[in-house]
Design a protein around this ligand. Structure first.
Ligand code: BGC
Length: 739
C-alpha cells in the first residue's frame, strides 16, 4: 500500500474516532444563515442586562480558585488558558447553565501546536509551502478543538524586519508577499480545524523602534499600507473571525485606542465584521501610554476606538457598567461590541457543537497523521546555509559523530508550548535519531557541554571537548531558547547566547569538522563562522518531529529545501537589512568607497539573502520567457522559466519571481517578490514553471493610503533567492481611455 493511501486510511479512521467537536470548521455563514444570526443577536441584546453585556466583553484567564459561578451569573463570557479537558468541559457547562446560555469563547495561544508541535511559524515560512503550513494550522486547530478550545490567538502576522525583535519567530519574516500567503494559509487551517483565528497584532507591533518589544512604531502611510497591513487583510479575506490589537503605539496613538485603525480602516474600509480583542492587559496600559487618567477612562477610550473584548485588563468588568450608567460611555458602543462577540460565537456555531467528553478528548492528540504532518513540516523548514561537502554525512567515511549541545535534547521546546497538562510523547533526541539513521557502523556520542538550553553557562565542558576531539565529525546543536527568544526577548547582540560562542570556538579548535545546527527564533549574526565550520544548518525550533527531521537532513535521508524567510545580517549595525529596500541616489559602486550609501566597515549586502537555501543537488534556471510582454491594465503578467535538477539527487527548489518598476512617480523597491513555486525534481529532470501576476499586484499605496497602479516598464528577476539573476521585462499598458 502506498504511503499516501495508508496516511489517508489512518486519517479517515482517526476522524471517525475524533469527537464531533474536533471536526467543526469555522467560517462566516452567508445568506439566510447569516440573517438568522443577526436577528438572534439582536433578540439577545434586547434580553441582556447591562452586566450580562459587559460579561460578554470580559476575557478572564485560568487561575487557582477560578469561580465558575461568575460564568453562571453571566459576568464572564470568555476564558483563556484552560487546557485540561475536564476544566474546559466544566467552564462550558457553567456557560450553558447561565440565564442566556451563551457559549464561551475559550482561547489559547495555539501558535504552532497544542500537543503535536510544528516548527515555529518563522520556520514554517521557510518551507515556502503554504499547503503544508495550512495543514500544520489545521492540526493545531483540531487538537485545540479536541480539548474544547475554540479560539486561538494566532496567526501573528506582524512583519519581521528587525531580528533584534524576539517575537518575529511568530510571523513569516520580512517579505510582505510571503507573509500574506502564510497569513491566509494559517487562518484557513486553524479555522478548518475548529479554532477561530485571531490575526494579530494590529498593527505595527513588528516595527517597534530598535526592535525593542512593545516599543513605539512610526510608520509612514505608504509603508503601513504596503507592508504592515496586507498580511492582516489577507487573513481577514481568508475569513479570520477575530483580530487582536497591538500593545505599541502607532504614529503616536496606542494601537489599543486607535480608532482610525480599529474602526475607520478595519471595520469601515475593510468591512471586517468580527470581534477585536485587546492584548493582555493592554487597556489599562493606556494610562502608562499617557492617554488615560484612570482605568475608567482607559476603558472608555478602548471601547470607543473599537476594542470589543478586554483581555485580562479587568477594566471593562470593573468600570463599563458604571460608566454607562453615569452617561460617560454610550450604551450603543457596548451593544455594538456585544453584537460583534455574539456574531462570532454564532457564525462559528459554538452553541451548536456538542461539548467535549473529557474522558476521550485527549485520544485525538498526536495522532499518526498529525505527527506525520509535523515531520513533513519540520523537514521542509530546515535551511542549509553552508556546506563544504561534509553533508550529507556518509557512513562509509564517518565512523563516529559527537553531538554536542544541550539543545539537542530538551524534553520540550518552549516558546508557546507546554500548556500545563497536555499529554505528548517524548521528542526523540537528536543523537538517538542520528544513530538510528547512520546505522550500527557509526558511533554517536552525546555531551550537552552547557548546563542550560540557552547555554548560559558551561556544563561538563571538558567532557564535551573530549567527546568532540574523539569523533570524526562534530554536530553542534546550539541556539536560543525561550529566555532569549519570543515575547519580551529583544536582543542587541545577535550572537549565540551565553557561553555557546566560546564552546563553539573550542569545538572548532579540536580541528575536527563542525556541523553547526542552529535552533533559534531569528537570524543570528554568523559572519565570524563562515569558513570556520564545515556546514551550517538553520532551524527555527522544528517542533515535535524536529530532531528526527534534522537527522534526516544531516544523513541525506531528506534533501533540504528550506529558504531564508529573512535576510541574515552581517552585523547588528546593518539592521534593518531587508531585501526590498528603495534605491538611493548614491548606490554602492565597485571600487568607490565614500560618499555613497554604504558603511565604511561593512558591506551593504546581508550574509545570506532572503529566499536563499542550499540543497544536496544543484538547480539551474534558464529560458525565462515573458509570455505577455505587454500586460493590459486589468490583465496579468505571465512568465515562465525552466528549472532543471543538474545534480545527482532528487530535491525540491523554490522558483522565485521578483519585479521592479524602475521609474514611477515615487521611488519603488529594488525588487519585490511577486510569485514563488516549490517543485520537486529528480536528477536530470527539468520542468517549466509558469508564474501569473495580476496587474493589480503591481501597484503601491501613496501617502494618502490610496492604491495606485502606474503603467510603464517593469523588470523581472527569476531565480532561487532574492539575488535571482535571470532578467526580463514587460510593459504595463495604460487603462483604456486612461492618460
Ligand atoms: C501576547 C499575545 C498573546 C497574549 C495571551 C500577550 O502578551 O502579546 O500575543 O496572545 O499575551 O497569551
Amino acid at each position: 500500500m502506498s504511503r499516501s493511501i495508508l496516511a489517508f486510511l489512518v486519517s479517515a479512521l482517526l476522524c471517525a474516532a475524533v469527537p464531533a467537536a474536533a471536526q467543526a470548521p469555522m467560517q462566516w455563514q452567508t445568506g439566510r444563515a447569516a440573517a438568522a444570526i443577526e436577528a438572534r443577536v439582536e433578540r439577545l441584546i434586547r434580553q441582556m442586562t447591562l452586566e450580562e453585556k459587559v460579561g460578554q466583553l470580559h476575557l478572564y484567564g485560568r487561575r487557582e480558585g477560578f469561580d465558575y459561578g461568575e460564568i453562571r451569573a453571566g459576568r464572564i463570557g470568555n476564558v483563556m488558558n484552560f487546557v485540561d479537558p475536564a476544566e474546559v468541559a466544566a467552564v462550558q457547562k457553567a456557560a450553558r447553565e447561565s440565564r442566556l446560555k451563551i457559549p464561551l469563547l475559550i482561547g489559547l495561544d495555539a501558535v504552532h501546536g497544542v500537543s503535536t508541535y510544528f516548527p515555529l511559524p518563522l520556520g514554517q515560512a521557510a518551507t515556502f509551502n503554504p499547503a503544508l503550513v495550512e495543514e500544520a494550522a489545521l492540526w493545531t486547530g483540531r487538537e485545540a478543538r479536541a480539548l474544547g478550545i475554540n479560539w486561538t490567538f494566532a496567526p501573528m502576522v506582524d512583519m519581521g524586519r528587525d531580528p533584534r525583535w524576539g517575537r518575529l519567530l511568530e510571523g513569516a519574516g520580512e517579505d510582505v508577499f510571503l507573509s500574506r500567503i502564510m497569513a491566509a494559509a494559517r487562518t484557513r487551517g486553524y479555522q478548518a480545524g475548529g479554532a477561530a483565528a485571531t490575526v494579530k497584532h494590529f498593527v505595527g507591533y513588528g516595527a517597534g523602534e530598535a526592535g525593542r518589544d512593545y516599543n513605539t512604531a512610526w510608520i509612514p502611510a505608504e509603508q503601513l499600507h504596503d507592508i504592515h497591513l496586507p498580511p492582516f487583510r489577507a487573513s481577514i479575506d481568508a475569513g479570520a473571525l477575530s483580530v487582536m490589537a497591538a500593545f505599541n503605539s502607532v504614529n503616536g496613538v496606542p494601537a489599543t485606542a486607535h480608532r482610525e485603525m480599529l474602526t475607520d480602516l478595519l471595520r469601515r474600509n475593510w468591512g471586517f465584521r468580527g470581534l477585536v480583542v485587546s492584548d493582555f492587559g493592554s487597556i489599562p496600559e493606556l494610562m502608562a501610554h499617557g492617554i488615560a487618567a484612570d482605568e475608567a477612562e482607559a476603558a472608555r477610550k478602548a471601547l470607543a476606538a473599537g476594542i470589543d473584548i478586554d483581555m485580562m485588563g479587568f477594566v471593562y468588568s470593573k468600570h463599563l457598567a458604571a460608566e454607562v450608567r453615569a452617561g460617560r460611555a454610550p450604551i450603543a458602543q457596548v451593544d455594538e461590541a456585544v453584537r460583534r462577540v455574539l456574531r462570532v460565537k454564532f457564525h462559528a456555531r459554538m452553541d451548536e457543537i456538542a461539548d467535549i467528553d473529557p474522558r476521550t478528548a485527549e485520544s485525538a492528540l498526536q495522532s499518526p497523521p498529525a505527527l506525520d504532518a509535523a515531520r513533513r513540516a519540520a523537514r521542509e523548514s530546515i535551511i542549509l546555509l553552508e556546506n563544504d561537502g561534509i553533508l550529507p554525512l556518509d557512513p562509509a567515511r564517518v565512523r563516529s559523530v559527537a553531538v554536542i549541545g544541550a539543545l539537542s535534547r530538551p524534553d520540550q521546546e518552549r516558546v508557546w508550548t507546554d500548556p500545563a497538562g497536555v499529554p505528548r510523547k517524548p521528542i526523540e533526541a537528536m543523537d538517538a535519531a542520528l544513530a538510528r539513521l547512520l546505522g550500527q557502523g557509526v558511533r554517536v556520542a552525546f555531551q550537552p557541554g552547557v548546563s542550560t538550553y540557552c547555554g548560559k553557562e558551561f556544563g561538563d565542558r571538558a567532557a564535551a571537548i573530549e567527546a568532540a576531539a574523539a569523533a570524526d565529525v562534530i554536530v553542534a546543536k546550539l541556539g536560543e531558547d525561550c529566555e532569549f527568544m519570543g515575547e519580551g526577548a529583544s536582543r542587541t547582540r545577535l550572537t549565540l547566547p551565553g557561553v555557546q560562542d566560546q564552546l563553539l570556538d573550542e569545538l572548532i579548535g579540536t580541528g575536527k569538522p563542525v556541523v553547526l545546527v542552529l535552533a533559534t527564533g531569528r537570524p543570528l549574526v554568523l559572519s565570524h563562522l563562515k569558513g570556520r565550520v564545515a556546514a551550517i544548518v538553520q532551524t527555527f525550533h522544528a517542533g515535535s518531529e524536529g530532531r528526527a527531521a534534522i537527522a534526516e537532513v544531516l544523513t541525506g535521508a531528506f534533501n533540504p529545501s528550506g529558504k531564508t524567510p529573512m535576510s541574515f545580517p552581517r552585523s547588528v549595525g546593518q539592521i534593518p537589512v531587508y531585501y526590498d529596500h528603495l534605491p538611493t541616489g548614491r548606490p554602492e559602486t565597485p571600487g568607490r568607497f565614500r560618499y555613497e550609501s554604504i558603511f565604511m566597515d561593512e558591506s551593504n549586502l546581508p550574509l545570506y539573502p532572503f529566499g536563499f537555501g542550499l540543497s544536496y543537488t544543484r538547480f539551474g534556471f534558464s529560458d525565462l520567457r515573458i509570455e505577455t510582454p505587454v500586460v493590459a491594465a486589468g490583465g496579468a503578467l505571465t512568465a515562465s522559466v525552466t528549472v532543471a535538477n543538474l545534480g545527482g539527487r532528487e530535491g525540491q527548489e523554490v522558483a522565485q519571481l521578483y519585479i521592479r518598476q524602475p521609474m514611477a512617480r515615487i521611488s519603488r523597491p529594488v525588487r519585490q517578490l511577486k510569485g514563488f513555486q516549490k517543485i520537486a525534481l529528480k536528477p536530470g529532470e527539468s520542468r517549466k514553471v509558469t508564474f501569473t501576476v495580476p496587474a493589480t499586484e503591481l501597484g503601491y499605496h501613496d501617502a494618502q493610503g490610496r492604491y495606485v497602479v502606474e503603467p510603464g516598464r517593469f523588470e523581472i528577476h527569476v531565480g532561487n533567492s532574492s539575488l535571482a539573476e535571470l532578467k526580463g521585462e514587460f510593459q504595463l499598458a495604460r487603462p483604456q481611455g486612461g492618460r
